[in-house]
Design a protein around this ligand. Structure first.
Ligand code: GDP
Ligand code: IMO
Ligand code: MG
Length: 431
């Protein structure tokens, strides 16, 4: 049997999962996305070339590996084709040999995108700050049992009928919601017939594919999108995404049983960021926020929105350890803290005059939590370029060891720059 590893975001997304997956793909045979859709933006930088992946697993830059889009993902076929074409243009190999899509993955349709945007408008000041990619409405249809799955792309006649029916239904909502006419069914059908033709060769039963591969000793890398605190059940509801981002989602989102998942690794930045609305206890004031944002290049990889920045939140990280069953942590963007005189991290919250050490998931309660900070002095030394853990400044090592002590989980990889080569691997989860 090969070894399997699950990578999940331990914070609010954008922890650097794409970079970590790209590095670990070296030791995997297959990389599989299990949830989310093109709300994700996973950045990989190789030889000064930057690639942002939204739907295709971050292993795709390794030509000889297979990438899989699992059943738990919501697939916007237009976006997928655009992403494939973008990679082909850059000289990467993408074909039915190295990219397969689960027949059971749900499709994102144009009405999902439109509903996402209209519903956000209606929420007004209570908006979630979604990416506007149609993710929530597509998952709503999945759960309401009226979604359309990738398998339907293999049967154009049936697909046409389903599209006609669902567009008519959604158009009645648009009419009620906005007073405007809805989508032109013929246009959507024409587009989806074209997408069907293009994507049909990629669509398969991926659960069977993975099972066979595992029986043949292949190693699987599961690539999470978003982060633990954006999980539909365990995140800061309702300021979350619409899928299970935690490690358990890797089983339901791929058709691989939970006992087969292997080592569960959580990725966290050395500080914290959040994009979109919702409580964020360690968020900094605008001046300090701006400093971290500029040093860390904290602008959304999907929407370009500035990310909110704050100190590392150990209360939240301990929660991520619990709900994911984390075996190990990866710490990214340590280099972003290189110039700071002092670095803080939050060890507990203060709430209503008392102390809280278990992460509250009720958004209203969390929004009243004030961070209790522990401050350490910075190392004021450049860390990018460091290859060996022992060559890191003592104060940087102490910071990492403090995180290990407070969470009870070892940091197996430290990332000290955006490039593939800028990483210190202390322990390979595949070995
Ligand atoms: P993901 O969504 O979790 O894959 O993360 P994103 O790609 O959205 O955001 C992470 C950003 O940080 C990207 O711009 C990466 O290129 C960059 N990055 C990743 N690791 C490091 C690191 O160790 N140091 C620095 N400075 N940048 C990093
Ligand atoms: P990666 O995989 C950070 C956030 C949105 C919004 C909320 C709901 O790159 O880490 P949605 O469009 O999913 O309905 O939006 O979730 N969000 C992300 N934040 N990184 C992501 O993905 C995100 N995907 C969604 O900003 O607050
Ligand atoms: Mg991202």
């Amino acid at each position: 049997m090969g070894k399997n590893v699950v990578i999940v975001g331990a914070q609010w997304g954008d922890e650097g999962k794409g970079k970590v997956v790209d590095i670990l793909t070296e030791d995997a045979d297959i990389v599989i996305r299990f949830q989310g859709g093109n709300n994700a933006g996973h950045t990989v930088i190789v030889d000064d070339k930057k690639v942002v992946l939204h739907l295709i697993p971050s292993g795709i830059l390794h030509e000889e590996k297979t990438c899989v889009i699992g059943n738990g993902v919501v697939v916007d076929p237009e976006c997928l084709i655009e992403e494939i074409d973008g990679l082909l243009k850059e000289g990467y190999t993408v074909n039915e040999q190295n990219l397969i899509v689960s027949k059971d993955a749900q499709l994102i349709l144009p009405y999902h995108k439109r509903l996402d945007i209209e519903k956000e408008k209606l929420r007004g000041t209570h908006k979630i700050g979604t990416t506007g990619r149609g993710i929530g409405p597509a998952y709503e249809d999945k759960v309401a049992r009226c979604g359309i799955r990738c398998a339907e792309l293999l049967n154009p006649t049936a697909l046409k009928e389903k599209l006609k029916h669902s567009i008519a239904e959604k158009n009645s909502y648009f009419k009620a919601l906005t007073g405007e006419a809805g989508l032109d069914a013929d246009e959507v059908i024409e587009d989806y017939m074209r997408y069907a033709k293009r994507l049909a060769p990629l669509i398969r039963d991926t659960s069977i594919y993975i099972d066979k591969a595992m029986k043949n000793g292949k190693s699987i890398l599961f690539e999470g999108a978003q982060g633990t605190l954006l999980d539909i059940d365990h995140g800061t509801y309702p300021y979350v995404t619409s899928s299970n981002t935690v490690s358990g989602g890797a089983a339901t989102g791929t058709g691989v049983g939970p006992t087969r998942l292997g080592t569960i690794v959580g990725v966290t930045k050395a500080y914290a960021t959040r994009v979109g609305e919702g409580p964020f206890p360690t968020e900094l004031d605008e001046e300090e926020n701006a400093a971290l944002r500029e040093h860390g290049g904290e602008y959304g990889a999907t929407t370009g929105r500035p990310r909110r920045c704050g100190w590392l939140d150990i209360v939240a990280l301990k929660y991520a350890v619990r709900v994911n069953g984390l075996d190990a942590l990866v710490l990214t963007k340590l280099d972003v803290l290189d110039n700071l005189d002092e670095i803080s991290l939050c060890t507990e919250y203060e709430l209503d005059g008392g102390k809280v050490s278990d992460f509250p998931t009720e958004a209203e309660v969390l929004s009243r939590c004030k961070p209790i900070l522990k401050t350490v002095s910075g190392w004021k030394t450049k860390t990018s370029g460091t290859k060996d853990y022992n060559e890191l400044p003592d104060k940087a090592k102490s910071y990492i060891e403090l995180i290990e002590k407070l969470t009870g989980v070892e940091v197996i990889l430290v990332s000290v720059g955006a490039a593939r080569s800028e990483a210190i691997i202390r322990k390979n989860p595949f070995s």
